[in-house]
Ligand binder design. Structure first.
Ligand code: PEP
Ligand code: MN
Length: 395
């Protein structure tokens, strides 16, 4: 099934499609007036579909959880008045039934729902025979197979108008993004399913207005088929995702500031080359982040060695690392010499990081007792594992 979905091209969707597929509208439908005003202002700009969340999946109870089904006619009415088809998120079969009854033109499956195959299957059963277009956001976690699985479930229900929406992936700890984009995942989806349209949702990737133009441009540079942008007539008063929503005017400015690279222009680099270069940039970013994490482990081990007066250089361990990395390089068709050189550089840097750790101050209270394994050649057993686990590539 993979790569062979029956997917209708976007020009067969019967929506106002110009150059790219643009979904715009508020995070949530809040009132009849709010969605109407937003839609009317948006209609001055290039918009393919008017979005508005009716049922909102929120992290904490007590936040605004959407206006519910009574907002469906408000959304539909705003679309009719502004001359735009409308879309909302459905997470259950009951949502689907209510949307179909209300004449909602396109449905979308949200990131939290894509994470759950039971929920996606329930939606697939509810849309079977309905011939309604569906957009499928990536799951919260960075799991391409889960995203593809959701697309397959919807496709197996007979839906041919499908768009994948890349909205970034949740992460723990601090990041410049609300949901880091991890571009290599949608790029791999494009490689696996070349005919499936993919659009990008920079609003949920960024979480704030500031970086939306950069991420939107990156998506266009990756030759995505369009964008989904949260737009609200009064974003600062929005009941959900206030900090990431644009005014309709800002939306217009965003679109006019974007470049639309096209594969047809012979003066440009070949699109395939651009995509690969972007992928390389993203991979290199990841490599640097992994190296930084590896060096943090190295430093922790250095402190452990210093506190026990263990030599920084451990021949046995180094021989093991080198042998192991060279062996895995062969399995992955990398040149062993290249990998050996690379790890020699890494090891050299690791030793110099450990050398720079200041000595224990006199009477500084660090533990000085030898660990039980010190007698056994000074090997750092528990920490050894930590290093080898953390220096393995993650996928
Ligand atoms: C949304 O689009 O408002 C939304 C909740 O998106 P996601 O499922 O990507 O978090
Ligand atoms: Mn939102």
């Amino acid at each position: 099934m993979k790569g062979k979905l029956a997917v209708a091209p976007l020009r067969e969707w019967n929506v106002p499609l110009r150059e790219k597929f643009f979904v715009a509208g508020p995070c949530s439908v809040e009132s009849k007036e709010q969605i109407l005003q937003t839609a009317l202002h948006l209609s001055a700009h290039d918009v393919t579909l008017l979005r508005g969340g009716i049922w909102k999946p929120r992290t904490h109870p007590g936040s605004f959880e959407g206006i519910g089904a009574k907002g469906l006619p408000w959304l539909k009415n705003a679309g009719v008045v502004a001359g735009l088809p409308v879309t909302t998120e459905t997470a259950t079969a009951h949502h689907v039934e209510q949307c179909l009854k209300a004449g909602i033109d396109v449905l979308w499956v949200g990131a939290r729902t894509t994470t759950n195959p039971f929920a996606v299957q329930e939606i697939a059963e509810a849309v079977r025979g309905a011939n309604i277009p569906i957009m499928i956001k990536n799951p919260m976690n960075a799991d391409l197979e889960l995203w593809i699985g959701a697309i397959e479930r919807i496709s197996n229900a007979g839906i041919t108008k499908i768009i994948a929406v890349h909205r970034g992936f949740s992460s723990y700890g601090q990041s410049a993004y609300r949901n880091p984009p991890m571009w290599r995942i949608p790029i791999e989806l494009r490689r696996r399913m070349p005919h499936l349209p993919i659009i990008c949702d920079p609003s949920h990737i960024c979480g704030s207005r500031k970086r939306i133009p950069t991420v939107a441009q990156e998506a266009l540079d990756f030759l995505f088929d369009g964008l989904m942008i949260e737009v609200h007539c009064a974003p600062d008063t929005a009941l959900s995702d206030a900090s990431q929503q644009l005014t309709p005017e800002q939306y217009g400015k965003l679109l006019s500031g974007l470049r639309f690279p096209s594969g047809a222009d012979p003066t440009l680099l070949s699109p395939a080359l651009q995509v690969l270069r972007k992928e390389i940039d993203a991979i290199d970013d990841d490599l640097i982040a992994l190296l930084a994490r590896r060096m943090e482990c190295v430093e922790q081990i250095g402190i452990w060695k210093r506190d026990r007066n263990v030599s920084l250089f451990q021949l046995e361990r180094w021989e093991h690392v080198l042998r192991d990395r060279v062996e895995s390089s062969v399995q992955r068709h990398l040149s062993p010499n290249f990998v050996r050189d690379l790890f020699e550089h890494i090891h050299e840097e690791a030793l110099s990081i450990q050398e720079r750790i200041p000595p224990v101050p006199l009477g500084g209270g660090h533990e000085q007792e030898r660990s039980p394994d010190f007698a056994n050649g000074g090997r750092e057993e528990g920490l050894d594992e930590l290093v080898s686990q953390n220096s393995e590539p993650r996928g």
